[in-house]
Design a binder for this molecule. Structure first.
Ligand SMILES: C[S@@+](CC[C@H](N)C(=O)[O-])C[C@H]1O[C@@H](n2cnc3c(N)ncnc32)[C@H](O)[C@@H]1O
Length: 313
């Protein structure tokens, strides 16, 4: 099969939204080439430095590469992607250079293109994310390993919004808890919650591809007895309250259902909201408080904010 590589030169702030658009358009795997990654020393657990080739990275900003099958719909798909990206300006998202180019690649190039960027990454006190094709031995006895195939749904698990969500779960989940994961994507947060010994996890996503990917990743991590993945919009499929509800979606979406979220969090339970760009922090805090939540912790990483709030007893 022939594949075309769609390349979007944008900003760090726009990564999540542009990735979502590319996934929704049917892209198989999104590669992120971030100029800032070249600045960071990348060490794995054994102290080995991963050497990155400057030719693979833009001089500034971020390049997202998505792979789309060459078929008769390709022209329309590319136009729809361009339109959706341009519409992000309405959400105050800075698109930077916003240059979109398309070129053809062969299947072999496509299959390996994105794998070279992903290695095991320790992302919190206990969690290490390991791409499925890497062999990794835990270093600490209490280390929790999440195996992921990032090619299938949102994220490699290492996006700041995901990292902070996992750190927040680490702080809040108690053995036996019931967790609700709104917008599960690759299933990473649900798998993390199950590894933290949650009793039940209800994972849901609006995107069928994410539901499938999450289901596969859940099996890969052998937590299918704890995590149930369903197709659904926000809290529509939730009929039992949770001790911890987590939603890593965009600020605008979070603000649209804080009242419903309040209903599904048990008294004394926690609501973790992530995917919030810094500029929207106050708006989201206000919306959470207006629905009755008490803000407990505000975490920040790069341009992103994660808020842990509590429903009063
Ligand atoms: C930023 S990704 C987060 C994925 C994963 N939870 C993580 O932390 O890496 C947001 C996910 O929310 C899903 N989503 C967006 N709108 C939704 C909605 N209205 N209902 C359910 N899921 C939604 C998207 O399909 C996407 O998989």
């Amino acid at each position: 099969m022939k594949w075309s590589e769609l390349s979007v030169h944008t900003t760090n702030e726009a990564i999540e939204s542009v990735s979502n658009i590319l996934h929704e358009a049917g892209a198989s795997g999104v590669v992120i080439e971030d100029s800032e990654d070249l600045m960071k020393a990348r060490e794995d657990q054994f102290g080995e430095i991963w050497s990155l080739n400057p030719d693979d990275f833009p001089k500034e900003g971020v390049v997202l590469k998505a792979y789309l099958p060459v078929n008769s719909f390709l022209g329309e798909t590319v136009e729809a992607i361009k339109l959706a990206i341009n519409n992000l300006v309405a959400f105050d998202i800075n698109l930077g250079a916003n240059v979109i180019t398309i070129s053809e690649v062969n299947e072999e190039e496509w299959a390996t293109a994105w794998k070279k960027y992903y290695h095991p990454v320790k992302i919190s006190k206990r969690f290490t994310i390991v791409p499925t094709w890497e062999i990794y031995e835990p270093v600490d006895s209490d280390e929790l390993i999440i195996e992921l195939d990032p090619g299938m749904a949102f994220g490699t698990g290492t996006h700041p919004t995901t990292v902070m969500s996992l750190q927040a779960l680490e702080k809040t989940v108690k053995p036996g808890d019931r967790i609700i994961d709104v917008g599960t994507g690759s299933g990473v947060l649900s798998i993390g919650a199950a590894l933290l010994e949650a009793g039940q996890v209800h994972a849901l996503d609006l995107d069928e591809i994410a539901v499938k990917a999450a289901g596969l990743n859940v099996k890969l991590n052998k937590v299918q007895d704890t995590v149930k993945v369903v197709h659904g919009n926000l809290l529509d499929t939730v009929d039992e309250p949770g001790d911890v509800v987590v939603a890593n979606i965009l600020a605008e979406i979070i603000m649209s259902f804080t009242d419903d979220a309040f209903q599904v969090v048990k008294p004394g339970g926690r609501y973790i909201t992530s995917g919030i760009i810094t500029a929207k922090k106050t708006d989201v805090k206000n919306a959470l408080e207006a629905s009755g939540f008490i803000i407990e912790d505000v975490m920040m990483m790069e341009d992103w904010v994660t808020i842990i709030s509590k429903k009063p007893e």
